[in-house]
Design a protein around this ligand. Structure first.
Ligand code: UDX
Ligand code: UDX
Length: 459
């Protein structure tokens, strides 16, 4: 079959895989190939056990795989055969040298740009899918045009706004698709070509275009604003605990103001995920680079409050449980950074686990999707840690349960049965405010929600 376009994506991760699967699904007229340096990952994409858990993803992949969606390790061939190349290799926080712990590590991006340059024989449109510091496209254009091969490359920015757990829904009906380009004739032509791809299923009102720097910056700012809402509500949760106000009631009251809105104001043990912290630190680094120290401090405080929320959570556990956790068994219900994913990157559960191990507690970790990742995350932590998927078995014989992830299944457990199997006095620390606290208290638990009065059976 002759395809209208040949699209390549370099990086078969959480972003590249689902995004390309959706393009292939919606556009059978295009050939979409996803390549990755990791052969194991590609083998998983070609199997019935996809490398990531995402509701609805398997169905979308299955409908298009080997029809117009292909997963391969042959990056060179992919580059040669494609006209449009999405790049979604990871851009983690730098761990070395200048900007360590803050700036984005762009080595994989640059390596990929050089490989494209080396292999390309025809003009290409290069699309930044990875989240990058503003002005990266400039560096990319300089690298791509560094050899006089007579081939023209246009670089576009098309940040991905999907959230894990709802990736398929977000891809199918995005709030907006953002495409940034340079404003030259060639840049605008490249931009229109990408608009045409998305217009196969996204209404044109929801496809917005901008200059390339605005697009790069918008991704960082969107994540910073979302994270800032969580830190804002979490900061108030600590005040609620001191004053007997209830954070859910406060959130409801402020959220009904349509200027504020009711989304992303659920108090929690803290935000996690691969993006929020990384992108805010990246923004902070950029601001400092431009001498905007007050602005940098403002955004950095979002991360500081998030760290404080996790510290506070463990401190509350320690003080509630008579100032010692040594030798006590604690069940972490959930390990993923949010429900409906097996992803544990930057999950608050890692920090909580570390702090509990520092207190010499013994941990039982439970999660329906994330135990494999949890084992890898905690393998060097030391201490006594076991992994049990069945929540009843996991909680049995423990002194306390700490809810880390808002999985629906945890709302429906038989807590009477769990209470019977636990050491007494039994404690529940609800890091997601998803449980029926009054009912738990009635069963006999000592209950500690986030941002609400605790309920204990002690005088
Ligand atoms: C993405 C974005 O790319 C990142 O910038 C954004 O902030 C978060 O989402 P994600 O898809 O979550 O990253 O990353 P990951 O799941 O780690 O996938 C990246 C893939 O790129 C991996 O499979 C890795 O093997 C691959 N890769 C990395 C390459 O193929 N080549 C490289 O040189 C480096
Ligand atoms: C985020 C952005 O939402 C998405 O647009 C971007 O492309 C990538 O980063 P993701 O990290 O997958 O997506 O999940 P998100 O739903 O934003 O949740 C992030 C964290 O915030 C999770 O740990 C979640 O539990 C937490 N959260 C979210 C809260 O603690 N309270 C809330 O009200 C909402």
């Amino acid at each position: 079959m002759i395809f209208e376009k040949n699209i390549l994506c370099i990086g078969a991760g959480y972003v590249g895989g689902p995004t390309m699967a959706m393009i292939a699904y919606k556009c059978p007229q295009y050939r979409v190939t996803v390549v990755d340096i990791n052969p194991e990952r590609i083998a998983q994409w070609n199997s019935d056990e996809l490398p990531i858990y995402e509701p609805g993803l398997y169905e979308v992949v299955k409908a298009s795989r080997d029809r117009n969606l292909f997963f391969s390790t042959d990056i060179e061939k992919g580059i040669i055969e494609s006209e449009i190349i999405f790049v979604s290799v990871n851009t983690p926080t730098k761990t070395f040298g200048v900007g360590a712990g803050m700036a984005a590590d762009l080595q994989y991006w640059e390596k990929t740009a050089r490989q494209i340059l080396q292999c390309a024989k025809t003009p290409k449109i290069i699309v930044e899918k990875s989240t990058l510091p503003v002005k990266t496209a400039l560096a990319m254009e300089r690298i791509l045009n560094s050899e006089n091969k007579g081939i023209h490359f246009d670089v576009l920015s098309n940040p991905e706004f999907l959230a894990e757990g709802t990736a398929i829904k977000d891809l199918e009906k995005p709030d907006r698709v953002l495409i940034g380009s340079s404003l030259t004739d060639s840049g605008l032509k490249a931009r229109d070509e990408l608009v045409e791809i998305y217009a196969n299923w996204v209404t044109t009102d929801n496809i917005i275009t901008s200059n390339i720097w605005s697009s790069e910056l918008s991704k960082l700012v969107a994540n910073a604003f979302l994270a800032q809402r969580i830190s804002s509500i979490n900061s108030i949760s600590s005040l609620c605990e001191e004053t007997d106000a209830d954070i859910s009631e406060v959130a409801h009251a402020i959220g009904m103001d349509c200027r504020i809105g009711n989304r992303f104001i659920n108090a929690s043990v803290g935000f996690g995920g691969s993006c929020f912290k990384k992108d805010i630190l990246n923004l902070v680094y950029l601001c400092r680079h431009y001498g905007l120290n007050e602005v940098a401090d403002y955004w950095e405080s979002v991360v500081k409050i998030n760290d404080y929320q996790k510290e506070r959570f463990v401190y509350n556990m320690l003080t509630a449980m008579f100032n010692t956790l040594a030798g006590k068994k604690i069940c972490l219900l959930g390990f993923a950074f949010k429900a409906n994913t097996g992803d544990t990157r930057e999950t608050p559960a890692i920090t909580i686990a570390q702090k509990l191990i520092d207190e010499n507690a013994e941990l039982v970790i439970s999660d329906p999707q994330a135990l494999k990742n949890a084992k890898a995350d905690l393998k060097d932590m030391g201490g006594k840690i076991s992994y049990v998927e069945d929540p009843y078995k996991a909680a049995s014989g423990t002194h306390a349960i700490a809810v880390m992830t808002e999985w629906d299944l945890y709302k429906e457990l038989d807590y009477d049965k769990i209470y019977q199997s636990m050491n007494k006095p039994a404690f529940i620390f609800d890091g997601r405010n998803i449980l029926d606290h009054k009912k738990l208290f009635g069963i006999g638990f000592n209950v500690f929600p986030i941002g609400k009065p605790s309920m204990t059976h002690f005088d």
